[in-house]
Design a protein around this ligand. Structure first.
Ligand code: PGA
Length: 261
């Protein structure tokens, strides 16, 4: 059985004071989340303060990106080893904003996935089609290409250690989420590909999150789909109340989280 996972992607938002307030708000709203894993991914600058506030909490710390090398002449980059030192256990890799705005390639994303795994962290590999690709009937082709390239050269054990996120580009930050049926179709397809790339057992173990305009009022229906194992939440994770409400709505496998438990 897969434990549902909810990941907050704060993107490039938050002063240190805001990061502290948001972390404290989530921590107090979800004292001991049961049956669900929760990860906060603040910007690099706030990882230290968020790590301090999460000490002793079951919530985990994640980064939004990293380089694939451990150290060296890579101006402006952050290495996976630096993230480990700060207490990160998850790293979002291949987010569509980085693919689109910074030209991140599948090959670079694959190197990042390997580097994150090599240091014992969990990559959250993002895949998703644009509106145009969906219109042209290329949804499966697109996500399949991204998945195969992102996981290229990984053995079964490594594939089983990662997390996937299906994030249709047209749903990110638009307020228009994929319907549960639309998302479930792609999640099922991705799980089928994992079976092909590894084994059925491995495919059944990997958590596949949905991301794209997840809110408290759609999180329950989306994660009620058997193949949707949680959410990658952008905009709505910037409100402690909203994010806590989303975690509580994760109904996959009948899990509920009660305040203070
Ligand atoms: P959103 O972003 O929830 O603001 O749509 C999701 C994401 O980009 O991870």
């Amino acid at each position: 059985m897969r434990t549902p996972l909810v990941v907050a992607n704060w993107k490039m938002n938050g002063t240190l004071a805001e990061a502290r307030a948001l972390t404290a708000g989530v921590r107090d709203g979800l004292k001991r989340p049961r049956g669900v894993d929760v990860v906060l991914c603040p910007p690099f600058t706030a990882l230290g303060v968020v790590a301090e506030l999460l000490a002793g909490s079951p919530m985990a710390l994640g980064a939004q990106n990293c380089h694939w090398e451990t150290a060296g002449a890579f101006t402006g980059e952050i290495s996976p080893a630096m993230l480990v030192e700060l207490g990160c256990t998850y790293v979002i890799v291949g987010h569509s904003e980085r693919r689109r705005d910074l030209g991140e390639t599948d090959e670079q994303i694959n190197r990042k996935v390997r580097a994150v795994l090599a240091l014992g962290m969990t990559p959250v590999l993002c895949v998703g089609e644009t509106a145009e690709e969906r219109r042209q009937g290329l949804t499966f082709t697109t996500v399949e290409g991204q998945l195969r390239a992102g996981l290229a050269g990984l053995d079964h054990r490594a594939i089983g250690s990662g997390v996937l996120a299906y994030e249709p580009v047209w749903a990110i930050g638009t307020g228009v989420n994929a319907t549960p049926a639309q998302a479930a179709e792609v999640h099922g397809y991705l799980r089928g590909l994992l079976t092909e790339l590894a084994t059925k057992e491995v495919a059944q173990r990997v958590r596949i999150l949905y991301g794209g305009s997840v809110k408290p009022d759609n999180a329950g229906a989306l994660t009620a789909e058997p193949d949707i194992d949680g959410a990658l939440v952008g905009g709505a994770s910037l409100s402690a109340q909203g994010f806590v409400a989303i975690v509580k709505k994760v109904t996959h496998k009948g899990v509920t989280v009660l305040k203070g438990e």
